[in-house]
Ligand binder design. Structure first.
Ligand SMILES: N[C@@H](CCC(=O)N[C@@H](CS)C(=O)NCC(=O)O)C(=O)O
Length: 218
């Protein structure tokens, strides 16, 4: 029986970030493997030294597992998934690690530069340029997936969890509309009960944070 772990996330984020803060990744993984967890928070508005001591860039998520404190959602996912069906044995496990790194290194940067230009900088010309390169990446990803259900073959792995999470924002903005196989892949991943539970808890956290903020300023 594994010990309970703690995910650290922010104490509040603006509404546009609800659903997308990366604590959803360890939440989802923990739901998949049936491990319970606690949530604690760090202040988002005035970041504290204790936060930077655990996450040098002042970001979330951070995981605490016994006396181990880990940052980087990819490293956290690998840590949680090792020894569970999220990383199968042998060759398929190597492929799962490969695809997890591909998600982080070969897909997420394209999604991030598009999201930053479009939603943070509101720079339409840059957003259009980055959207074009993101669409190119997504199309290649769909080709690579071919007719498989999951990236490594027939079983859902930690790589699918991460890749699907990265695809959610582009999909919500229509970028998968002309990529039906990738859209079906995302739907397959996010219709898993573990994702539904993780997302419900993630959203409940932000709604409680909003209510607390409103009460404090009343
Ligand atoms: N590469 C990091 C990125 C973490 C990240 O961007 N976290 C966002 C929330 S989803 C954050 O903390 N943003 C606040 C900031 O960068 O100051 C990871 O995957 O853990």
């Amino acid at each position: 029986m594994s010990a309970k772990v703690t995910i650290t996330t922010f104490d509040w984020v603006p509404e546009f970030a609800h659903g997308y803060v990366r604590d959803i990744r360890p939440r989802w993984a923990l739901e998949e493997i049936g491990r319970s967890y606690d949530i604690d928070t760090v202040p988002v508005q005035e970041k504290i030294p204790e936060h930077f001591a655990r996450q040098p860039f002042g970001q979330v998520p951070i995981l605490k597992d016994g006396d181990l404190s880990l940052f980087e959602s990819g490293a956290i996912l690998l840590h949680l998934a090792e020894g569970t069906p999220l990383i199968p044995d042998g060759k398929e496990g190597a492929l799962a690690r490969q695809w997890l790194i591909a998600a982080l290194n070969s897909v997420e940067p394209y999604a991030m530069q598009w999201a930053i230009a479009r939603f943070f900088d509101k720079d339409e010309a840059a957003a259009a340029r980055f959207e074009k390169s993101l669409r190119g990446r997504l199309s290649l990803l769909q080709d690579a997936l071919a007719d498989r259900d999951w990236l490594t073959g027939s079983s859902f792995t930690v790589a699918d969890l991460l890749m699907a999470d990265i695809l959610r924002a582009p999909a919500a903005n229509g970028l998968l509309d002309d990529l039906p196989k990738l859209a079906e892949y995302l739907e397959r991943a996010t219709s898993r009960p573990a994702f539904t539970r993780a997302m419900a808890d993630h959203m409940a956290h932000w709604h409680a944070a909003d209510a607390k903020k409103a009460a404090a300023s009343a």
